[in-house]
Design a protein around this ligand. Sequence first.
Ligand code: F0G
Length: 536
Amino acid sequence: MSPEIDERELAEPYLGGLLASLGLSVHYSRAEKDTLFYRDGTGREVSVLDLVGGYGSTIIGHNNPDIVAYAKELLDQGVPVHAQFSKHPYANDLALKVNAIIKREFGTSDDYAAIFANSGAEAVETAMKHAEFDRVAKLAELAERIDANIEKTRAAVGGGAEVVVDDVHRQLGTEAAVPAEAPLDEVVAAIRAVNGERMSAPPVFLAPEGAFHGKLVGSVQLTHNAGFRTPFSALAAQCRFVPVHEPDALAKTLESERRTLFDLTVDGRAVRVVEREMPVVAAFILEPVQGEAGIRLFDRDGALRIQQACAAADCPIIVDEIQSGMGRTGAFFAGSHLGLRGDYYTLAKSLGGGIAKAAMTLVRGSRYRKEFELVHSSTFAKDAFSTLIAGRTVDLLEAEDGKVYRTAVERGNRILDMLRKLQAEFGDVIKDVRGKGLMIGLEFHDQSGSSSAVIAEQSRAGLLGYVLSGYLLRVHALRILPTASATNTLRLEPSVHITDAEIARLESGLRGLLAALRDQDGAVLLPAEAAGDAGQ
Ligand code: F0G
């Protein structure tokens, strides 16, 4: 073995350089509650107030002591992490706990079947896959009914019934064949050809503009940000993005996606070609509070319109609670504030208590296809460790009659009040403050016309938020990031443990930032060498 140290950067080597250029390349060595620690050049431990919270994965804080103790206990007990294809009572306990919450928050008596996964994108893709499995099964059932009708028609024609040429029939383009020798065969062949083509068309998914549902092959197609999505658009099912805040947009999109299959019916001695509605849209997916889009809240009216439009079209709704769920907005499910009931729910992020990689997809019993369990699985999903940790996390959220939910609202309001006070003072810099509970966005006015060349340049490059993040970390030991799809918005998702003193520290750091932006002081915002490079 050579004693030389290999200093090449091979783990996502490009990102390392980008982080360094933004002043975000810090190696954290320890974490607790809302604090991450790193060691500076002298070996001194420096604490950073973390408002990123694992992109919303640490509602009960980093390394929650109860969860850590439980994790140690499980490892000491030798809980089998790998016991695939055996009985998993702890997974069932978790499913029962989450079902009890669904019943309470949505006032429903429906049971939801749970399927387990390892990450948010995977939970979304499980929902997509199940929705498509259900759609394909419905199509097959429809095709079977049409086949049976064709057989009935043959018998009727044998008994003297005649094919009627009308508008629907004309769409098939076989009217010339009708008075001829064997007209029915031609009509049936045309029906089969057209139906076969329509049935083989890929499904359509619908999502609101701004949607973010992950970056795997399927879920990235439900993610609106074109930079993430379009290089891979040939790989998976396609999604139409709907401007859902326009009142009729969803109903109109659903209407424009309607397709039919041709069928035959016998009415006395008349055989008619008729059309049957076929399922085209596999599902409509939405986040009750859009996270990656920069914290965008749905309102009750919007949610009601979505619910009505989807019910009218029998289109299942996937409510993605991966970021908004697990108590962050003051209820276990953010959609429960809106009365937004899903056919599917997805959970991940904080489900793992900040420790485990855990995710689950819940499917409403009336839509559930049990055969799905035979065609879908993952080596790592549903393991004892992650499901037990998730179960304990749900217990912590539910403890003391939902104290965590109340705390999320109280702490969130405290932060929102502070930010709104800053907005009143710095209205020229802050464009908007919005959020619910501990899901908060702080949006800045566009700075691309700034008198500071460096601020204007970074702003035009869509990097303003990252520059602000670098400044807050370097100068104020605050960790706050924008989202990739809303780079003028900083996202704040601390845990319920955030203290008044920490909120005061946050305020003081933000004041420094707002003053620098008001003064168009690029030299203060960027690290000395980067500002020099950019020709501040
Ligand atoms: N759905 C939502 C609503 C999300 O916010 C995310 C991830 C995912 C799905 C995918 O989860 O990363 O575990 O595969 N959101 C992060 C963010 C990346 O920055 O908002 P994943």
